[in-house]
Write a protein that binds this ligand. Sequence first.
Ligand code: AQP
Length: 346
Amino acid sequence: MTEPVQTPQSRFKPRIFSGIQPSGGLTLGNYLGALKRFVEKQDEGIETIYCLVDMHAITVWQDPEKLRQQTREGAAAFIAAGIDPARSILFNQSQVTAHAELGWIFNCIARMGWMSRMTQFKDKAGKNSENVSLGLFAYPSLMAADILAYHATMVPVGDDQKQHLELARDIAIKFNNDYKVDFFPVVDPLIEGAATRVMSLRDGTKKMSKSDPSDQSRINLTDDADAISAKIRKAKTDAEPLPDTLEGLKDRPEARNLVNIYAALADMTPQAVVAEYAGAQFGTFKPRLAELSVAKLAPITTEMNRLMKDPAEIDRILGAGADRADAIARPILNQVKDIVGMIRSR
Ligand code: AQP
């Protein structure tokens, strides 16, 4: 057996990895829960690796031409939101084969029982669990590979991904224990900010999602000012005015959601938002929220549209990012193969 590799946790330098599925156009939820945070981390000067996870996207059916389009649109959204492909590594997952290779090894580490407890699988499979893809079941194991192929130590995500990140930690720990090494870092989820779970505009108990059948439930990053304003105007609320403390929003999920969105867009705390709008009716608050949303999102949409006019340039950026990603992941994967006992003779 391979000699145990002595690698204390402290040797891992801070490195951030995160991804977004190109399974549809990106939403305000993806922006506030993920993309905006990705830019902040890049701007803090931490090494950042960001990925359009197209292999995750095909765990449910994707039309090939749409998948290509959505991947480019996702990359355009990253850049338009402030990701600089020179400072961050930006690529699509399938171009770096280390993800699939490590994903397989992790399929052999993860336990069926662990995967069966994943709430996202249960939600997405619903009553149809016999008929969904095997890939959908194995999704969190590939996600662990995405992160650990880079020895990433921190993963900014929305709240819905917390359970998957706990699973990535379990996989890293079990691998280290099984092979008596201290090879993989134990990743830290970064779930921060006022909008870690943006809810549907039609139902405050449901997550805003790009695959929700109702377009009215979400704000898309490609929506124009009129569409954004109309969706916010029609967003479900209640008849009460805004309270003066957050406690007053406890059983008002739709109202709480709009306050959180406002806070995240304005870089305020939700407490500060209710303090400012205490006693205001939604007839007053909604137009202000619409105005703020348009002011923050319109420049991103305009820049995305400009970038989308040159798909070849987007593909070039993704390819160059994939080369840089591969240069980090390949040596790590090679060490994994040595640890596992796989011969590498070419
Ligand atoms: N509503 C949300 N609020 C806060 N964060 C969110 N994220 C997604 N929705 C919200 C965060 O965005 C990142 C990328 O998510 P993903 O594309 O990998 O898949 P998802 O979480 O399943 O997002 P969707 O929009 O619901 O996609 P579909 O409909 O394809 O399943 C993650 O960090 C996620 O937390």
